[in-house]
Design a binder for this molecule. Sequence first.
Ligand SMILES: [Cu+2]
Length: 218
Amino acid sequence: MKRFLVVGAVAVSVMSMAIGCSKSDEHAGHKEMANQQAASTSTNDVTKDNWQVPEFTYTDQDGKKFGSQDLKGKVYLSNFIFTSCPDVCPPMTANMRKIQEDLKAEGLNVEIVSFSVDPETDKPATLKAFGEKHKSDFSNWHFLTGYALSDMEKLARETFKGTVEKQESQVQGGKPLFQHPVQFYLVDGTGKVRKFYNGMNPDQALIKKDVKEVLGSK
Ligand SMILES: [Cu+2]
C-alpha cells in the first residue's frame, strides 16, 4: 500500500512519499518512509511555494467549533491522523506529544492541529479518547473532525501536496484504512506553510529552531 506521489511545486520539486496505514503486507509494523526530497536544495522550506491553508471551521475533540479564525496570528504544527490507524499514527502522535512537551518547556506558544482523515469514524469523543491515550495536552492541541472525507482529500492535495485516500482494505474490526501524509507541517500566523518534517522521525531540535524563527518573524 505504498504510493509515491511526485509533486512539482513552484520553486522546488518535492517528492513526498505518503504511505497507507496498512498491515496488509509482509511487514506488520509501520513502514519507513522517505519524508521529502527536494530536487536541488534538499530543504524542507516551502515558504516561497505559497502552501496556504484555506479558511475552515470544523469541530474539535470537545465537540466545539474550531477553525482558522482561532489560529489567526498563531503558529501551529499540523498533521493528518485517524484513530484506528494500525501502524503509523500512534508513533507519529507520540512524537508530536514529545514535541508539544518540548515546546511548552521552552515557553514557545505553538498550537497543534491534527486533522482526522476518517471523519466518519472519528467523532469528537473518539478523538478525545485517542488524544488521552497519547497524553496529548488539549490546551493547545486540537483534534479535528466534522467534515467530509473529500474535504481532507482536497486540503491534503491542494495545500500540503500530499494524498489522503480511503483504501480498499480494512483494519481489524472492519474500519477503513486510509493513506495519508506522515509529515508535520509548520504553519505561520497567516496560515502559510513554512516547513515540514518527517512525523515518524522528527528532528526536535530543528523544529524548535524553526518555531522560534517563525514566531519571531510572524
Ligand atoms: Cu495513520
